[in-house]
Design a protein around this ligand. Structure first.
Ligand code: FES
Length: 131
């Protein structure tokens, strides 16, 4: 394992992200509210740079009690990143695709230091996804 200090948490927008490249891998580090999450920038679909895509609210369909559609609405509780290659979406808080829980980004440990810096912990090379 190797810890990297990527700078002050205050430099992140909300929602926001930084992509870091280190030792042959890229990691997307995200801030959403008070939480930080990080994932290898490697889409489980075909290996695209999922962490570099748009950050948008999840789109839900509003269903009336009579089961008719009331149109599409933006979620107030879930924010996704959209892989730029084919549009698969992943929940920023979990890395999971909203329609297929087995489709998920590989997480990377991230925490804040006592002085407010964002610290990413990269696993050993053999535990990283293939490039
Ligand atoms: S590679 Fe990410 S959606 Fe296909």
């Amino acid at each position: 394992m190797r810890e990297l200090n990527i700078g002050p948490a205050s430099e992140f927008d909300d929602p926001g992200r930084k992509i870091i490249a280190f030792d042959g891998v890229e990691v997307g580090v995200f801030k959403l509210g008070d939480a930080f999450t990080a994932y290898f920038n490697h889409c489980p679909h075909m290996g695209g740079p999922a962490c570099q895509g748009k950050i948008i609210a999840k789109v839900d369909e509003a269903i009336a009690p009579d089961r008719t559609s009331k149109g599409m609405i933006f979620s107030k509780t879930q924010t996704n990143m959209v892989c730029p290659w084919h549009g698969y979406e992943f929940d920023i808080r979990t890395g999971v695709h909203p329609g297929n829980a087995r489709m998920r980004l590989r997480p990377v440990k991230v925490h804040l230091s006592t002085d407010g810096d964002v610290i990413v912990t990269l696993p050993d090379a053999r535990e990283r996804p293939a490039a």
